[in-house]
Design a protein around this ligand. Structure first.
Ligand code: PMP
Length: 398
């Protein structure tokens, strides 16, 4: 029997990152020692003071439905954080908290994009962006970047991609998967282009803000000429090792916030009450555990870069933020393993899973078919073992 499912489901795909993690788990269930470099989450525990705030919230019976947009004191805490870390002035009415930054992004896209609207997304981009645009019946316009240009777009590229149908520009800095981080000067140059196109709303995904290896995080919302049409998206998953807690937030003009509240009121209501209480502790508390985590990621980045650079044919940009390397692996396309030819990044990623027992994510999923994403959110020991195995497996190709 086959069930008649909606046409909506045909428009988008399952996240490639989750698919690879599932394949890795299946091999592991067969007793194979698979090292997971596919998923995007810190391998650290949530800091103690945040856990304690959650335990207190349970004991204090924070167990009821919450306001759809979040508790008022949590929205205050988000404003405090945005002022403290980013020197941005927002009021609680500019804030909505959601079930992860993924929902924040879904809200924003569904609130802004109509059928046929164009959404500009620089490649490589996080898998979910393009799929959400498809759900909204929008049209993705890619701006391609390469390893040679440090995976960052230029103002000229931006200008050339804009048409009368452009509604949204969507990017992440630090970028998942490339690790590119825009400097204040680079953002200022893009802002000059946006000033000429007042219809465009800018979605700025800053979820990797704290995992930055080159200096200060710069938000594009800091430029007064466009601030009112910037939607800042952030959350607790990466910076506080809280992926399972599910809390993301948005800072935007009140029209957009109210629209998102309307959507969220029907989809999910307010996010988990306990998580919200814990989020206040995270956003206003000690950042030392987050800094220590980033320092450890910095050590792993250095080790990973040494190992990747020792692999013939891999061309790798040194990530400036986030916890991934995204080497160009196209030198291996066309090589053979027995009778099979490695035609693309999906084939090579599968070959690495089957032969080296290391999971990764093919670049096609990020709009960049020449690359593969490998996480370094894993122990130093596993990182060393994984890259040794990858190097050995690749020698079997000719
Ligand atoms: N944006 C980017 C760039 C991400 O990598 C992720 C998580 N992989 C998210 C948003 C979503 O984060 P969450 O829903 O866990 O808050």
């Amino acid at each position: 029997m086959s069930t008649n499912l909606s046409t909506l489901l045909m428009r988008f795909s399952e996240p490639e990152t989750l698919k690879m993690a599932k394949l890795g788990r299946e091999l592991r269930a067969k007793g194979i020692d698979v090292i997971d470099l596919s998923l995007g989450e810190p391998d650290f525990d949530t800091p103690q003071h945040i856990k304690e705030a959650a335990i207190k919230a349970i004991n204090d019976n924070w167990s009821h439905y919450t306001p759809v947009s979040g508790y008022p004191d949590l929205k205050e805490a988000v404003c405090t954080k945005l002022k403290r870390d980013n020197n941005l002035d927002y009021k609680p009415e500019n804030i909505i908290v959601s079930t992860g930054a993924k929902q924040t992004l879904a809200n924003a896209i569904l609130a802004l994009v109509d059928e046929g609207d164009e959404v500009i997304i620089p490649t490589p981009y996080w898998v979910t962006y393009s799929e959400l645009v498809k759900i909204a019946r929008g049209h993705v316009v890619e701006i391609n970047t390469t390893v040679e240009q440090s995976f960052k777009i230029t103002p000229a590229q931006l200008e050339a991609a804009i048409t009368s149908n452009t509604r949204v520009f969507l990017f992440s800095s630090p970028c998942n998967p490339s690790g590119a981080v825009y400097t204040k000067e680079e953002l200022a140059a893009l802002v000059k282009v946006f000033e000429k196109h007042p219809r465009i709303t800018i979605l700025s995904d800053e979820i990797y803000e704290y995992i930055n290896f080159i200096g200060n995080h710069e938000s594009i919302a800091q430029f007064p000429s466009i601030k009112d049409r910037v939607v800042v998206i952030n959350g607790l998953s990466k910076g506080f090792a809280m992926t399972g807690w599910r809390l993301g937030y948005m800072a935007a003009n009140t029209d957009i916030v109210k629209a998102c509240e309307k959507l969220q009121g029907q989809f999910t209501s307010g996010t988990c009450s306990i998580t919200q209480r814990a989020a206040i502790a995270a956003l206003t508390g000690d950042l030392a555990p987050s800094r220590a985590m980033t320092a450890e990621f910095a050590r792993r980045r250095e080790k990973t870069m040494q190992l990747v650079n020792s692999i013939p044919g891999f061309k790798c940009f040194e990530p400036q933020g986030a916890f991934y390397v995204f080497p160009d692996v196209s030198a291996y396309y066309g090589k053979k393993f027995g009778n099979e030819t490695i035609a693309n990044s999906g084939d090579l990623s599968m070959f690495i899973l089957n032969e080296a027992h290391v999971s990764s994510v093919m670049g096609d999923a990020f709009g960049e078919p020449n690359c593969i994403r490998f996480s370094f959110a894993n122990s130093m020991e596993n990182i060393e073992k994984a890259w040794e195995r990858i190097k050995n497996a690749l020698t079997k190709l000719n």
